[in-house]
Design a binder for this molecule. Structure first.
Ligand code: TRP
Length: 594
């Protein structure tokens, strides 16, 4: 077979030293903030079980075949994405654009990725300084004062509200799902209008109601919500009655103890939330950590493929798995472990919406590092004669296992400390420190381990993002590896500075949000994860399935059974493109699913 890489060979182009090294590096790219930070919070927001199941199906039917496709393209061409399409389909091939798209996507993702990684570094250092300790101390003092000064009945009432809330939060979210979101919006408007109309000087409830319900579409929505809202009210009332009965039977001392604990946790949650706010809104600190993180990333990439990326992955990946296992072992002994396991693994049909299915598919791309040529690039450093399907299964399997373990580490703690699983992006940065503060002295060690885990996971992923962009300049422009890593790393860092400042109220970038509806940071994430990756993935699937020269495809799949090859072709030609196209159509608004 002709080897397209031999023309235009660059001496700075590397190769993996071993099969294991490649697997660890590719898994290192896949396992990142997406697994430990993002997957648990979107699982929490989408109600657990069924979302996880859908995600697993997306990994198997869409992620896996596209990963095989990317590795195949890279290995056959021995080039990064732009060069790869040219090498395989000729210099005038329009597919080169896919490569360019990948480079731009990598540039964008890395620019805000280093900011989140920077927060994790900041938190690691804070943990070494035992930052939760003073928080816990102050909170304890405040809770003691609360206990000493608050009447028993008031404490009892606070406990009843808390117990009833916790008992119903999951169920309420489930029942809410029975009416569409747009109907709930109408309901909110309706309730607000009625409250205003009932106030002195208002138009009166009957008049306001009649005016609102004149709109047939609005009235239809209200009718949809009315029975659901009534059931939720009933659920809440029942839970309140149960909680009231529960605490009616309690001894005064029990009440005081429980109320003190509850109050302490409220104070800790407040302080921890404020601490996160301080980190996020301080652009200078964010920039400093992002710079430091980028510096480390550049040093590794400048070190080369086998002596930089592979060597670091060989150390960091086992370390990451080790830390995760220690954390899961800790969580397994927490009272919240049982509820957490059923939350993550029990399919719960009424909580998942169509938009959640799409989110699962989009996340499958992000978490497997697909859709922008990272796997094309890593595949290009691969020696021939490895079984790509088996390797992809290994990489995707490792990534999935780590995402699930991350859930089994987080949710037991969340449930044991009465936290909300649907807390959003702050889940890791707010809920975890709360648990660390409550645990006391051992909490410091866990906190250090946990945030170091986050940094390690982010580093091996950031390396792959930088490598994609840098390798273009190495392969196509003849730059030396060191020059490419430093210059490109520097430029991407500069582009990341606005992300670091996008929550800082003292800077003009904070006004991006009122203007564009999303912070600069979120705009970048949204653009990359919701548009660029799915589009890139779709194009890669179409190329690998339909347009890649048959001769090359056949050579790459040599030695695999006919069943495996047919299965892969079916997935990459039909299933994966159809599913991804569905996501894109829904995003464009051509398909509306609630
Ligand atoms: N997969 C990484 C994560 O889960 C992020 C990442 C690294 C990535 N390289 C990528 C995402 C390439 C998309 C494309 O955090």
């Amino acid at each position: 077979m002709s080897d397209p890489s031999l023309d235009n060979y660059s001496p700075d182009r590397g190769q993996w030293g071993s099969r294991l090294g490649f697997i660890l590096a590719a898994a290192g790219s896949a396992v990142g903030l997406g697994n430990i930070w993002k997957f648990p919070y979107i699982t929490g927001e989408n109600g657990g079980g069924l979302f996880v199941l859908v995600y697993l199906v997306c990994i198997a039917l869409v992620g896996l075949p596209i990963m095989v496709g990317e590795l195949m393209i890279g290995r056959a061409a021995r080039k990064q994405p732009v060069g790869a399409f040219t090498a395989l389909s000729g210099p005038s091939s329009g597919w080169r654009i896919v490569g360019w798209l990948g480079i731009i996507t990598g540039f964008i993702i890395l620019s805000y990725y280093i900011v989140v990684a920077g927060w994790a570094m900041d938190y690691t250092l804070k943990s070494v300084a035992n930052f939760t300790d003073p928080i816990a101390e102050t909170a304890s003092a405040e809770a003691k004062a609360y206990r000493a000064t608050t009447p028993l009945e008031e404490m009892r009432a606070a406990l009843v509200v808390d117990r009833a809330n916790r008992a119903t939060v999951e169920k309420v979210a489930e029942v809410r799902g029975e009416a569409p979101r747009s109907a709930w919006k109408a309901w909110e408007i309706y309730q607000k209008a009625l409250t205003e109309a009932a106030a002195p000087g208002g138009a009166g409830v009957a008049t306001a109601e009649a005016a609102l319900l004149e709109d047939a579409e609005f009235a239809r929505k209200i009718d949809l919500v009315r029975p659901v809202a009534a059931r939720i009210d009933k659920l809440r009332a029942d839970a309140k009655a149960e909680a009231a009965a529960f605490y009616a039977a309690a001894e005064p001392k029990q009440i005081r103890d429980a109320a003190e604990t509850l109050d302490r946790r409220h104070h800790i949650a407040d302080a921890v939330g404020k601490a996160f706010g301080t980190v996020v809104t301080d652009g200078w600190t964010g920039t400093f950590w992002a710079l430091l993180f980028m510096l480390i990333t550049v040093l590794v990439v400048a070190g080369g493929v086998s002596s930089g990326i592979e060597r670091v992955s060989r150390v960091l990946m086992p370390l990451l798995v080790g830390i995760l296992v220690v954390m899961v072992a800790y969580s397994a002994f927490q009272p919240g472990f049982g509820p957490a396991v059923s939350f993550v693994f029990e399919p719960n049909p009424s909580r998942l919406k169509a938009s959640g299915v799409l989110e699962a598919l989009g996340h499958a791309f992000f978490t497997l590092s697909l859709g922008m040529g990272a796997m094309i690039t890593y595949g290009s450093y691969q020696a021939k004669k490895e079984n790509l399907v088996r390797q992809s299964i290994l990489i995707a399997g490792l990534d999935t296992a780590i995402a699930l373990l991350a859930c089994l580490m987080l949710f037991p703690i969340i449930f044991s400390y009465g936290q909300e699983p649907a807390a959003g992006p702050g889940l890791v940065f707010k809920s975890m420190p709360l648990a660390f503060a409550e645990i006391g002295s051992g909490g410091m060690l866990l906190a250090i381990l946990f945030f170091a885990l986050l940094v390690v996971a982010a580093l091996t992923s950031a390396i792959s993002l930088l490598e994609v962009v840098a390798s273009y300049f190495i392969d196509q422009r003849g730059w030396s590896r060191g020059k490419a890593a430093w210059i490109i790393g520097g430029v991407i860092f500069l582009f990341g500075v606005p992300s670091a400042f996008s929550f800082d109220p003292d800077f003009a970038l904070a006004s991006w949000e009122p203007t564009f509806g999303k912070s600069f940071f979120d705009t970048m994430d949204y653009l990359a994860s919701n548009w660029l990756l799915p589009i890139g993935g779709l194009l890669v699937a179409i190329y690998a399935g339909w347009f890649m020269p048959k001769r090359i495809r056949r050579a790459e799949l040599e030695g695999m059974s006919a069943a495996v090859i047919q299965g892969w072709l079916g997935l990459i030609r039909y299933v994966a493109p159809a599913l991804v196209a569905l996501v894109i159509l829904q995003k464009v608004g051509i398909l509306t699913l609630d």
